[in-house]
Design a protein around this ligand. Structure first.
Ligand SMILES: CC(C)(COP(=O)(O)OP(=O)(O)OC[C@H]1O[C@@H](n2cnc3c(N)ncnc32)[C@H](O)[C@@H]1OP(=O)(O)O)[C@@H](O)C(=O)NCCC(=O)NCCS
Length: 215
């Protein structure tokens, strides 16, 4: 994985998305300063959602886990967070992408949306933006284990065209998703000269030549 091209899902990227409930959320990369925001969101996550995400009951996170989850390098490990509220911003969803050790350009995705915000289209937009952000970093495929009874995640991954790999473990489904390379950036447009702009308007029939009345 490599540094994304400037402006392509880097630290300057912000996107406002509208959810089914009419609320808006801002998407951006998670940064180490989001530690409190992350912990507050984790505290609101139901035991069921935590189990689906971590494959084990997760009461509290250890210091080491918080460090791993929040102090990310933005290249081999990054997360997109969905934030609501201007005065008191809080996180309502997160998509994480981690390069798998020993497998360059293969990454593990994970998406989590707070229970109260599920079913609003946030998981879908987070997954889609994470795919784009991963492609911008050179990720060529996603590989992820999902609990076999996690229908929401399986349906969500099905939308983006995952393949099911042979089961390795009872109760777990292994998914594989090849990611196409990102489209090459368009060359910057050359500024047209005033004459070129006039000729273009004339060619489109948008220019009317008025005759000057003789005095
Ligand atoms: C999986 C998860 C991220 C989905 O997030 P979400 O914001 O609720 O999903 P969306 O509203 O964007 O729904 C997108 C699609 O996912 C599927 N989906 C979502 N919730 C579903 C449900 N309860 N039952 C079946 N399918 C569901 C549907 O195909 C849905 O499309 P539709 O709304 O057009 O029917 C969310 O359920 C979650 O955080 N679960 C707990 C953590 C987890 O399991 N993470 C995955 C581990 S890798």
């Amino acid at each position: 994985m490599h540094v994304p091209p400037p402006g392509s899902y880097d630290l300057t990227w912000r996107e406002r998305v509208r959810l089914r409930n009419g609320r808006s959320a801002t998407l951006r990369l998670l940064v180490p300063e989001d530690r409190e925001l992350y912990l507050q969101a984790f505290a609101l996550l139901s035991p069921h959602a935590r189990y689906q995400r971590f494959f084990e009951p997760k009461g509290q996170l250890t210091q080491a886990e918080v460090h791993y989850l929040v102090d990310v390098d933005q290249i081999h490990h990054f997360s997109i967070v969905a934030v609501v509220g201007r005065k008191h911003p809080h996180g309502v969803g997160l998509a994480r992408c981690v390069e798998i050790p020993g497998q360059p350009n293969v990454a593990e995705p994970a998406v989590t949306v707070l229970d109260a915000w599920q079913g609003q289209g946030l998981g879908r937009v987070l997954l889609r933006r994470m795919i784009e952000a991963a492609r911008a970093r050179g990720v060529e495929r996603f590989h992820v284990d999902v609990l076999a009874d996690n229908t929401p995640m399986l349906n969500l991954m099905d939308e983006v065209g995952v393949q099911l790999l042979p089961a390795r473990e009872h109760g777990v489904v292994t998914l594989d998703l090849p990611l196409p390379p990102p489209a090459p950036p368009r060359p910057p447009r050359r500024q047209r000269t005033p004459l070129e702009r006039l000729l273009r308007l004339a060619a489109k029939g948008w220019l009317r030549v008025l005759e000057r009345k003789q005095a």
